[in-house]
Design a protein around this ligand. Structure first.
Ligand code: GLY
Length: 387
């Protein structure tokens, strides 16, 4: 086993970490009830924004996780207020012309429906699923991530989208209409066939021929360069392949999960928290992306449910080691330092070889906070997924 000597997080630490997260979230409620946390902090403090980015569902998801942890009624009230905002957003089509409907609507509205039976949450999430399938290309058999549907420069899928698909499975389950599930299945298959390289590193994005739908080429947007493995893309691949296995039951996705996870683990620095791209390691003057460690831990903690006992024990240990390192060295433990939960994440680090906008480097980010809490919650109890 890799990282044999790294310690694992204990039950006491899991509880301690969740307690701090819940307290921090409750402290944040006055500022972030009718507003949402920005995607990333500035000098470790989030500013409030309207509900108009792809990331706002994570803040509401943190509120639901905190509510699950401590049952404080203030959290439930704010969760309900935010669900109304998500319903308004999908009704008015406010910045929903992209594929991130799952990131937005699963941890907010599906969660609210599952936890407190929110009718508004159910309605909003089904409308979001309809919006998501409107981006499906039957020729290439994939859901287009960004931009106008008839633009060749956007005729691509991205690995992150694997986390948007549980919304479609949930929508089929709720409505009895298999159209959502069928599209999700096609998209998963197209993604896994094309986005994973021979060595089980991953492309961030993959283009298709607009006329024939044939696979064309991989490219990065947020990774260091085209041929490298963007840390968070690899982490989305870990959690995404676990969810793909859960929802499709396809046996071959178990092997994909193990190998994609293996590549990730083999390219971590000594403390197991990746640099923003797996090209970099100890000694490189580059920022970390702590969010990738939490996302990977969540994927492992999901996949162990479907594994043989021996394998499950190994991946559970890896997840507990990742969480220990995050808890010891990256988690916020003093509200004067930050109003977030986990430091040292990277949203988009511009390089000479990538195409992203530079922002949120070495900061907290809202999915980093959310997935840290999700992984802790998974370690604390038998958690019913929002995904
Ligand atoms: N899904 C966008 C990101 O991971 O930054």
């Amino acid at each position: 086993m890799l990282y044999e000597n790294m310690p694992m997080i204990t039950d006491r630490e899991v509880n301690e970490a969740l307690r701090f997260c819940a307290e921090q979230i409750i402290r944040n409620l006055p500022e972030f009830t009718y507003k949402f946390q920005n995607a990333y902090s500035e000098n470790n403090f989030y500013k409030p924004i309207e509900n108009n980015d792809w990331t706002t569902g994570f803040w509401t998801g943190e509120i639901w996780l905190a509510y699950e942890y401590c049952g404080d009624e203030r959290l439930k009230r704010v969760g309900e207020i935010q669900i109304e905002s998500f319903l308004h957003r999908i009704d008015e089509k406010i910045v929903v012309d992209h594929h991130d409907m799952g990131f937005l609507y699963s941890p907010s509205c599906v969660a609210g429906y599952k936890l407190i039976g929110s009718k508004a949450g159910r309605e909003a999430a089904i409308k979001a699923a309809d919006q998501l399938i409107s981006r499906y290309h039957p020729v290439g058999e994939f859901i287009q991530a960004w931009g106008a549907m008839d633009a060749p420069e956007n005729y691509r899928l991205i690995i992150d989208c694997l986390l948007n698909l549980p919304l479609l499975y949930w929508a089929s389950e709720e409505t009895g209409d298999n159209k959502y599930r069928n599209i999700a299945e096609k998209h998963i298959h197209t993604t896994i066939k094309n986005i994973i390289r021979e060595d089980y590193s991953t492309w961030h994005t993959f283009f298709f021929d607009m006329k024939t739908g044939a696979p064309d080429h991989g490219a990065t947007c947020q990774g260091y360069r085209d041929g490298s493995a963007w840390a968070r893309g690899q982490a989305w691949g870990i959690y995404g392949s676990a969810l793909a296995y859960k929802y499709t039951g396809r046996k071959e996705y178990m092997n994909i999960f193990k190998n994609v996870t293996g590549y990730f683990l083999e390219h971590l620095p000594k403390d197991m928290v990746p640099f923003w791209d797996l090209e970099f390691t100890d000694g490189d003057d580059q920022p970390r992306d702590s969010s990738s460690a939490s996302i990977a831990a969540c994927g492992m903690l999901e996949m162990i449910k479907y594994m043989e006992k021996e394998d499950a024990a190994i991946y559970k240990k890896y997840a507990m080691k990742l969480m220990k390192s995050l808890y010891d060295n990256y988690a916020v433990k003093d509200e004067r330092v930050s109003n977030g939960l986990v430091l040292h994440s990277t949203y988009s680090n511009h390089s000479p070889y990538n195409t992203c906008h530079h922002c949120g480097v070495d900061e907290c980010n809202s999915w980093g906070d959310y997935f840290y809490m999700e992984a802790l919650t998974r370690l604390q109890k038998d958690w019913v997924l929002y995904w």
